[in-house]
Every structure is written in C-alpha cells, then in structure tokens.
Design a protein around this ligand. Structure first.
Ligand SMILES: *Cc1c(COP(=O)(O)O)cnc(C)c1O
Length: 402
C-alpha cells in the first residue's frame, strides 16, 4: 500500500496482506522461536542472505515484520525495527551511532532512563554528552563539538513540555553531517513526523500511544534503509533486545485505533488544560496548545495537534502536590502515558528521580510539578476528579466546582 492512502487507512491495512495468510482478517501471531529449513542447502542459503526467508525470531519474525512495515509507512521512513522496550530501542540506536571518545548532544531534558543511559555510556565507555536548549542555530552551533556523532532530541520534552524546532536542528545538523535522532513518543506519528522534516531516526516507546492500552512494553525505530540495516545486524542482533511476536501483535492491534484515540486524547487534554489554568490551586499549566506557551509557534509548525500530555505546578509544597495525587479516585497514580486510563505522576520523585536535583531544577522540573496523561474517559469525569482533589489542598478554595 502506498502513501497515497490516508493515515487512518494505513494504520489498519499497511504491512498485512491476508492472501498470504489463509485470508485471516486479523494478522496472525507467529509465536515461534525458530523456522525450519527444507534441507541443509536452504539453511546455508538463508544464512548467506542468498535466499529470502525467516531463520530465527531474534533475526526476524513475520508478525514483527508486519508491525515494522506498518510503522515505516506511518512515520514516512524506509525501514523499521521493533524492540522489547523503548529503552532497548534508545540504547541500540545510541550504541550504534557512537564509539569510545565520541560525543552526543542532547536536548535540555530527556526521559529519565535515557539520562541514566547517557551517564552509563560516559562512565563505562567514555562516550561523552552535553545538553543544549536547542533554541537557536547559534546555541546549537556553540554546543556541537568536533567529536559529536549524534544530536538527540525529545520534543515535547518530558515532562517540561518544551518544544524544539526540528527543521532548525536539521538545517544545522546537515551542514555538520551529524545524524538527528528524535524520541517521538509523546506525539506518535499521528501528531508529528520528524523524518518528513529531515531527521534521520525516529524512536518510540511503543509502550505509550502506539500500544495505547497499557498492556505491553515495547520500542520501535524508523529511519533510512542503511542505518536501520546496520542497527539490525549489530546492536539489535548481538545485544538482542528484540520484541516478542505476541507484543508485536498487540501493537498491530493498538495501531488500528491510533488516530481515533489521539483525537480524543487531544480534545480532552485541551479542555482539561483550560480548566486547570483557572483553578485557584494551580500555579502554572504547561501545555503546547496554550497560545502563551513559549513554543506555541513550533507546535503550530510541526505538530498536527498539541497532544494529550499536560504538566502543571500547584500552589504549595511538594507534599501538597502529593496530597492532590492521593485525593484522586478515578485518575490513577502511575508512570507511563498514552493509555485509555488517565494517569498522574510526580516527575521529581518518580520518572526523573534519577536526575540530580540541581539538574532537575535547570530542566524546570519543580517539586510541585505534576504530569497528567489525559485518558479516554468522559472528560467531565476526569475534570471532576481533578477538581475535587485540587480543592482539598489549603491554598485551593472549592469555588470552582463543575
Ligand atoms: C517511556 C519512555 C521511554 C522508555 O520506553 P520504555 O518502553 O519504558 O522502555 C523513552 N522515552 C520516552 C519519552 C518515554 O516516555
């Protein structure tokens, strides 16, 4: 299926041809570790790459291949690889692009475990990194070093919801010949497609919006044929962080409703963000859909919609923000995001607890910051739960009842 078909069609049909699978409507689950050869010669030919066909599920599996093909189409790339977690994907990419004494330039904020991985790469393999606001060409040029081998970007940045202008980053990186890697987890390909803007590799924690139902941990990367082939034959095959066929099957199912789910996530988040802004217990709401968001113009430029994630600080202390969480009934306290259930977490003590306090402060992760992943429940129910919880802290008055 080619790109002329709409996104909403490709999430359902791309990568699967039922005529090869007994006309099964749903893609079959090839839950197998290995594949048998008709004879020794066929085995030899497959290993030599002289004959197409599967060998062993760490090297490829039909159900996983369907998922990868679908993701290639959705992100507008040439090839994709699925992994057993988002972090398996991140590490396979970063270890593939770097060797000892190289340098990675990273956006000001990154997912907590990506931050941890960068520390580990530095301590064990002397692969250095630094952080940049990436808010202008000059800033970026200043931070690029002679040994920079990768520019690693999250946008929106988790959990501070700052945005980075990908076109600007690409224009600088191209001049320097440095690949740009984007963690697109918060957007999914429905809202943002970095490869179409010239970026080189897109990474997803498919655990989040791609799966969408909170029942699988997985990662996916998409990019050009040659770079993906290298990762497949090195840091994927030999380190081995592959996805299980069953998890790939769940993701194929989840993807079918991605646009429908994203539309609802975004619609509800816009409403909740507006209501939060006016709640007396709330100090500040950070949502890319607000026209006073400092990078609202970037949202307009590179995102289809502002997304389903909201960060906000409350008036009060760290304990007050924890009390708000404890007072919630419908909304669940949990890390992760992009699920049908609305989830709330406290980045300073949860997802970003590994980040040193001083650096957290620099990133803008305050002790009263809460991150909300707006789910698919009735938006009235989500708001009334939030509203009653926020009104229980002393600074908040209960004047804002719906
Ligand atoms: C969750 C997440 C990851 C890590 O993915 P896992 O599937 O948990 O390994 C990476 N980046 C972002 C932005 C995430 O939200």
């Amino acid at each position: 299926m080619n790109k002329e078909k709409g996104f909403e069609t490709r999430v359902i049909h791309e990568g699967y041809d039922s005529s090869y699978h007994h006309d099964s409507l749903a893609p079959p689950l090839y839950q197998t570790s290995t594949f048998t050869f008709e004879n020794a010669k066929q085995g030899e030919n497959r290993f030599a790459g002289e004959e197409e066909g599967f060998i062993y599920s760490r090297l490829g599996n039909p159900t996983v291949a369907m998922l990868e093909k679908r993701m290639v189409s959705l992100e507008g790339g040439e090839a994709a690889l699925a992994f057993g977690s988002g972090m398996a994907a991140v590490s396979a990419v970063l270890f593939s692009l770097t060797k000892a004494n190289d340098h990675i330039l990273c956006s000001q904020g990154v997912y907590g475990c990506t931050f941890g991985l960068l520390q580990l790469m530095n301590e064990k393999y002397n692969i250095d990194h630094s952080f940049s606001a990436m808010d202008s060409e000059e800033e970026l040029l200043n931070k690029i070093e002679p040994h920079t081998r990768c520019i690693y970007v999250e946008t929106p940045i988790n959990p501070t919801m700052q945005l980075i202008d990908l076109e600007m980053v690409v224009s600088v990186a191209k001049k320097k010949g440095i690949p740009v890697v984007v963690d697109n987890t918060f957007c999914s390909p429905y809202l943002q497609r970095p490869l179409e803007l010239g970026c080189d590799i897109v990474i997803h924690s498919a655990t989040k919006y791609i799966g969408g139902h909170g029942d699988v941990i997985a990662g996916i990367i998409v990019g050009k044929e040659d770079v993906i082939a290298t990762i497949k034959m090195t840091t994927q095959k030999d380190i081995g962080g592959i996805i299980s066929p069953f998890d790939a099957w769940l993701l194929l199912r989840g993807l079918k409703t991605l646009p429908v789910r994203m539309d609802r996530h975004c619609e509800s988040a816009e409403k909740i963000a507006e209501l939060l802004k006016n709640h007396p217990s709330v100090e500040k709401v950070i949502y890319p859909g607000h026209s006073n968001h400092p990078q609202y113009w970037i949202m307009k430029k590179q995102m289809k919609k502002p997304g389903g994630m909201i960060s906000f600080t409350i008036k009060g202390t760290k304990e007050d923000s924890q009390k708000v969480m404890d007072e919630l009934n419908l909304i669940k306290i949990a890390v992760s995001l992009g699920d049908a259930e609305t989830l709330i977490q406290h980045p300073a003590t949860m997802t970003h607890a590994v980040v040193p306090a001083e650096f957290r402060k620099k990133m803008g992760i305050e002790e009263t910051l809460l991150r909300l992943s707006v789910g698919l429940e009735s938006v009235d129910d989500i708001w009334s739960d939030l509203n009653q919880a926020l009104s229980k802290i002393s600074v908040g008055t209960a004047t804002e009842n719906v």
